[in-house]
Design a binder for this molecule. Sequence first.
Ligand code: TRP
Ligand code: ZN
Ligand code: CA
Length: 441
Amino acid sequence: MRLSVPRHAAAVAAFALAGLLASGAPTASAAPAAPTAPVSALAAPDLPLANVKAHLSQFQTIATSNGGNRAHGRAGYKASLDYVKAKLDAAGFTTSVQQFTSSGATGYNLIADWPGGDVNQTVMAGAHLDSVSSGPGINDNGSGSAAVLETALAVSRAQLQPAKHLRFGWWGAEELGLVGSKYYVNSLPSTERSKISGYLNFDMIGSSNPGYFVYDDDPVIEQTFKDYFAGIGVPTEIETEGDGRSDHASFKNVGIPVGGLFTGASRTKSSAQAQMWGGTAGQAFDRCYHSSCDTTSNINDTALDRNSDAIAHAVWTLSTGTTVPPGDAYETTADVTVPDAGAAVTSTVTVSGRSGNAPAALKVGVDIKHTWRGDLVVDLLAPDGTAYRLKNSSGSDSADNVITTYTVDASAETANGAWKLRVQDVARYDTGYIDSWKLTF
Ligand code: TRP
Ligand code: ZN
Ligand code: CA
């Protein structure tokens, strides 16, 4: 009994069926329009909650094996920093560790730059990585640290090429009075400070009885967060539980625009807030604030998830700008069978949200699986139907597959619309299918 079908055989079988269905069609191109999956460089990813929580587990393990905390001057702090740094280094960030002294102990800030973007317009996001000495500090502030780390790793996975430069920071000794972040801004010459367009702070974003608070500072940053929460139907309030009580104050004090998110500390949730957000009225947002019970059990997953995604949204939105940047790709991975010595078939990619014409160097990435590529004639069809020949047939070219990127001068074509890849097999015996293709503007 045959348990598996070789891929080319499966494609042939698929064609046999398509051929039957299409037998009444008068002319070419009987293939149904392929569903498209635009891969936009602008859309922030949904950060996997499991990844954020995995970082929290690591912080918990570090605390447990280092006397129960990750506080300034203790082994658990440096171990936390080493964990974050190793992830960033492996993901392609340029990291640096900044040392300072506070209360007779060495403290550390971790700075991670994502190469590229305009350094004169740097968007920064950060979180304090230290806990108080009385507990492992998983909500305060493993939560912000983990979410900022996962955002940075998502930037790397997307290989984001933002217009603005991106920098991430993890601060030491916040719990001793914003010591690490103050040290960082004080170490920056004023010319360097002025290159920071905005600093986004995340300190406590997974409180067990959460509120959804947005800092009321820079209006653009604030609105960016509010837009995200409005989009998921979650009401927000302005953060009022102690202005200046976290690292954004260090940046604000030297004139850098700031913003951030917060799910609440020791203050009590009102009944109006419980109506709005659920949870328990008359109870603290975080009953384990600065206590030994601030463990991985002290996290509200929904709050952590929403806030993590809000961070990614803000980092993407604020760094990529409002115009559609070059490098946006639109792709379909829907397979389309190419009939042997038969009619041309097409696969569609729909481009939207762009303005003006396509570029003079439009990249057409093609992945066609075929057992004799010389059989194939391949064209790109612009939305108005204009054909651009990518490849002619050539009986002697017996190699497999057409997997390559063509460059087309498409500057006479409107960018938006349904672009098609048209493929025709003009000689008998060998067969194949369009595996995927994409346009990069
Ligand atoms: N780590 C902060 C602190 O202990 C927590 C905090 C309290 C906070 N109020 C805040 C963080 C307001 C941000 C905004 O002070
Ligand atoms: Zn904190
Ligand atoms: Ca053929």
